[in-house]
Design a protein around this ligand. Structure first.
Ligand code: HEC
Length: 145
């Protein structure tokens, strides 16, 4: 059955246009890696972060992309980087970023913060969100780097 599904997905991939093929192939190989039980949460988080990477850098001198650089995000007030043009929803939210608020935001950005400019569908699985946040915290916080 699994094989059949795989063959079917490959067929669908082939019938899509180029950009779609690239997107879906990344997801398929990502899924395969994510299914390895031996992955540590940090490793899993590093893979999940690929879904954010196009829009966010994490390092201390990282540039803003489509989204703001996320260095020092833990404990920060939402929308506080002076060199980034946030939505009103974000800059006026008063949200403090911690495990709980970040978890809710990356699950369904628009549900947690109506009107946010971050166009991202969200991460469905709690396990993936938890892993991503472990990675995010470690990569963006000075004392645990
Ligand atoms: C398509 C681009 C895009 C993707 C993908 C994306 N983001 Fe964002 N993100 C944005 C934008 C744009 C904003 C600013 C939103 C606003 O002003 O409402 C933002 C804002 C944020 C903020 C608030 C930053 C602050 O300074 O308060 C966090 C935290 C965040 N994103 C985390 C993530 C994480 C984690 C992921 C991956 C799971 C992700 N984003 C994926 C574009 C993106």
């Amino acid at each position: 059955m699994r094989k059949l599904i795989l063959i079917f997905s490959v067929f669908i991939l082939i019938s899509c246009n180029n950009t779609d093929i690239n997107k879906k192939q990344i997801t398929v190989s990502e899924e395969k890696t994510l299914n390895k039980v031996s992955l540590s949460p940090f490793e899993r988080g590093r893979i999940i972060y690929k879904r954010c990477r196009a829009c966010h850098s994490l390092d201390i001198k990282g540039k803003n992309k489509v989204g703001p650089n996320l260095w020092n995000i833990y404990g920060a007030t939402a929308g506080n980087k002076s060199n980034f043009n946030y939505s009103k929803a974000m800059s006026k939210s008063g949200v403090i970023w911690d495990d709980e608020t970040l978890n809710a935001y990356i699950q369904k950005p628009n549900e947690f913060m109506e009107g946010t400019r971050m166009s991202f569908v969200g991460i469905r699985k709690q396990e993936d969100r938890t892993a991503l946040l472990i990675y995010l915290k470690e990569m963006t916080t000075a004392d645990i780097e």
